[in-house]
Ligand binder design. Structure first.
Ligand code: TXA
Ligand code: MG
Length: 315
């Protein structure tokens, strides 16, 4: 199969209606989309990505009105949060209605929903009228793709088309927030920070239960093929280091290759640059090191770096 790179939304819409898979741009990362109501098409996503069957998918919608058909019940806080953050990088977990194929939810009775903030994908959702199930469009375990080129590098020959909407502005995946627990609970840090959410609602304790509620969190993720270590002091002799602009001086005159991927002063620039930096470092075939910023506002970044290094949880 030849993978086409498209900008034609009508054509992408036709392919999806015929049960094909199309990679789509979003503000966070590229997604690998299928018609969520077509179980065979959705099953194909798992095959193409090599994704474990027990890891459920996010359903993408054009508008809050689309929730009614796929959600059994939306608590009042849902409206507050969708008014504040949709379209945008916030995924909400609801009790699923019976219309959602269980291959989408990996057999759970809840469904993850988000409304992406990208003009091309907004138009695709509206013109097709399709609910789109879409995980990140990478081979399972690899860094998520933030350009059409990244998707092509992972999935060329495996999918019919990639809709090219340029580089993703946010660069890390959406924040996943469970609305089925007593208090809303963050299951995955992402484009919307804990502090953003706390302006609107009290959140449950950050600590996740032992059996992860977001099943995707238990797998090694975002990982380049070369080993990645979090640098905690000392400068290694050989390899490539990922660091913020402000810390570049630490490696001046040394033997390490340095990839600067953003600025500590603007955490969103680090989010935006991380996955591309991981892919570039990987292409250098050297051990990879990363400085990991501490403190508030860097939760999503730390989570991705720790997972890339093979830790299942921070710390
Ligand atoms: O920004 C994003 O969220 C991107 C773009 C394409 O929208 N998508 C994405 O999908 O990151 P994926 O499949 O790579 O990650 C979805 C996460 C996984 O950790 C999964 O386990 C969790 O959401 N998830 C999905 N459905 C869930 C559910 N019903 N209950 C708990 N967690 C769920
Ligand atoms: Mg993913």
């Amino acid at each position: 199969m030849k993978t086409e790179i498209l900008r034609d939304i009508d054509r992408a819409s036709e392919m999806l209606k015929e049960g094909g898979l199309v990679a789509i741009p979003t503000e966070t990362v590229y997604g690998l989309a299928a018609n969520a109501m077509n179980p065979n098409a959705v099953a194909n996503i798992f095959t193409v990505k090599g994704r474990p069957q027990d890891n459920p998918l996010i359903v993408h919608v054009a508008h809050t009105d689309w929730l009614d058909a796929i959600v059994k019940y939306a608590p009042p806080i849902a409206r507050t949060l969708t008014d504040a953050f949709w379209p945008g990088p916030l995924t909400l977990i609801f009790p699923a209605s019976d219309s959602v194929p269980r291959v989408v939810t990996a057999g759970l009775d809840t469904v993850a929903v988000r409304c992406p903030n990208h003009s091309m994908t907004q138009r695709l959702l509206e013109t097709s009228g399709l609910y789109l199930a879409a995980p990140s469009a990478n081979i399972s375990g690899k860094p998520s793709p933030t350009t059409a080129r990244h998707v092509f590098d992972d999935l060329n020959g495996k999918i019919p088309a990639i809709l090219d909407g340029g580089a993703c502005g946010v660069g890390v995946e959406s924040t996943v927030l469970d609305l089925t627990s007593e208090k809303p609970q963050i299951l995955r840090h992402g484009g919307i920070t804990r502090r953003d959410l706390e302006k609107f609602t009290e959140l449950s304790d950050d600590k996740l239960p032992d059996a992860p509620k977001a099943p995707g969190m238990k797998y090694r993720h975002y990982a380049p093929s070369a080993p990645l270590k979090i640098l905690r002091g000392g400068v290694p002799d050989e390899g490539v280091v990922l660091c913020p602009e402000e810390q570049r001086v630490l490696f001046a005159g040394g033997k390490l290759d340095v990839i600067v991927y953003g600025e500590l002063a603007n955490p969103e620039t680090l989010n935006r640059g991380l996955f591309d930096a991981l892919r570039r470092a990987d292409a250098m075939n050297k051990p990879i090191f990363a400085l990991c910023p501490g403190g508030e506002g860097f939760e999503a970044l730390r989570d991705r770096l720790y997972k890339a290094a093979g830790y299942l949880e921070e710390g």
